[in-house]
Design a protein around this ligand. Structure first.
Ligand code: PLP
Length: 444
């Protein structure tokens, strides 16, 4: 993806490396995304507010289609889903990976073709499975042995459902231990090492109404190197060869999950998608040729890399406090709209927008408004030394796993989402109001 920015006195091209490609500096001190000044968005929708650059999302979908022309690309809805997002992804020719009846039903009721949807989940509820079968999802990925009989019974003797089995290939990769899912010491998938994967596959093959189309694995998230994916291809093809030998099985699909890493701060590394596509293609055809198997159709499931860099979170500063050697800049959002710093210690680079400051930079920690000392938005960052209440701060790379992980903590209400495109902003998701919160509170 090429990023073309018009640098200003306060925003250099390097500073804006992690911002949406449409970002410009129309006025001294302000930034515009999708042709709309961020200060204008804050005025119109209030803060905190999340801004989503539609063209950036669509461009990222196209980049995937170009890099993986023969693969099926499923957008991982857990990164962020709303009806507009489902439309954009569908229009760009991607499928969808969902992991609950809620994600599934929202997508299908807004017109997403169910046959292009895959249902995941390490603990699918009866409602998840019932909804998947009722709406006719393309595939269901089996994640535990007990699911096989439950699913077969729900499908019924005369029914038919395509399934995959989620395999743990025993590969450690990912930006934080809490988002590594390729090894045996976590809750997802069925291990090759202890034989649970092979056992589950044999049981699936005993169920005529379940059609096993292939194997799935997801190594983790925020992976910036191609190598673990190549190792995964070798392990998965190794298992496919074993299944061929034991059951005469030739599986037409291989799903390598998502996890493609992005840069959150200037200078950070992102996974090179072209190198990933080239490497996986070569490794897959070499491994299959050695095993004497046809090359299966590749499926990938990027979430963060599609929507993360398209989002910007806007906050107003409420207080600036000097304590000991620290300066705390407190904003009107925090861990209820972005739990990632508290969960994984993630770092961001916020910017002052809406006014031009000539003050020398100061090192500050941007914190949220919630009653929790770990409620941090951006630790130890540089902001102009004259930062003060009323200022507007923008946090880039806020599109993935912010609002989808938002909580009701302190009943502040979840922020709205506004889309920007061609100089226009429109509301996609409105702010959660006290009335919304009160309407669920039905007993005394
Ligand atoms: C099965 C599966 N696929 C895809 C993803 C998307 O990962 P990412 O957003 O890191 O690309 C996840 C994330 O948890 C996942 O569990």
């Amino acid at each position: 993806m090429t990023t073309v920015h018009e640098p200003t006195a306060t925003a250099t091209t390097a500073d804006l490396a992690v911002w949406p490609a449409s970002t410009t500096g129309p006025r001294h001190g302000d930034l515009a995304v999708g042709g709309v000044p961020l200060a204008e968005i804050a005025d119109r929708f209030g803060t905190p507010v999340h801004v989503l650059d539609e063209a950036e999302v669509r461009d990222r979908c196209r980049t995937y289609r170009d890099a993986f022309p023969d693969a099926e690309i499923l957008y991982a809805a857990k990164a962020f889903l709303c009806r507009a997002m489902a439309h954009w992804v569908a229009e760009e020719g991607l499928g969808l990976d969902v992991c609950s009846a809620g994600e599934l039903e929202l997508a299908v009721t807004t017109g997403f073709p169910p046959e292009r949807i895959t249902l995941h989940g390490n603990a699918k509820s009866p409602r998840d499975l019932e909804t998947a079968l009722r709406l006719g999802v393309g595939r269901i990925v089996i994640d535990s042995p007990s699911e096989i009989a439950r699913l077969a019974a729900a499908v019924g003797a005369d029914g038919h459902q395509k399934v995959m089995v989620r395999v743990v290939p025993g590969i450690s990769a990912g930006g934080h231990e809490k988002i590594r899912t390729g090894t045996d010491d976590q809750k997802f998938g069925l291990s090759i090492t202890d034989g649970y994967a092979q056992h589950a596959i044999a049981r699936v093959l005993d169920q005529p109404q379940l059609e096993l189309t292939g194997l799935h694995c997801h190594l983790g998230s925020q992976i910036t190197s191609v190598k673990p994916y190549l190792a995964a291809v070798r392990r998965m093809v190794g298992l496919m060869a074993q299944l061929h030998e034991q059951h005469g099985l030739v599986l037409p699909e291989l799903d390598l999950g998502g996890g493609h890493g992005i840069a959150y701060r200037p200078g950070e590394e992102a996974l090179d998608l072209t190198a990933l596509a080239r490497g996986v293609r070569a490794e897959l055809s070499a491994a299959c040729s050695t095993a004497g198997l046809p090359v299966p159709r590749l499926i990938i499931e990027p979430g963060r890399a599609v929507v993360g860099p398209a989002g910007v979170a806007l906050y107003h500063v409420l207080a600036v406090k000097h304590t000991g050697s620290h300066v705390y800049v407190a904003v009107d959002g925090g861990m209820s709209d972005n739990p990632r710093p508290a969960l994984y210690g993630v770092r961001y680079t916020p910017r002052l927008v809406g006014r031009h400051s000539t003050a020398a930079p100061a090192r500050v920690t941007v914190v949220g408004r919630h009653c929790e000392a770990g409620d941090i938005v951006a630790a130890d960052v540089e902001l102009p030394g004259d930062i003060r209440p009323g200022d507007l701060l923008a946090v880039p790379v806020a599109g993935a796993y912010h609002l989808s992980m938002a909580s009701g903590y302190n009943l502040v209400g979840r922020p709205p989402v506004a889309a920007v495109r061609d100089g226009l902003a429109r509301l996609l998701v409105r702010r959660e109001s006290l009335d919304d919160i009160r309407s669920r509170d039905v007993g005394l």
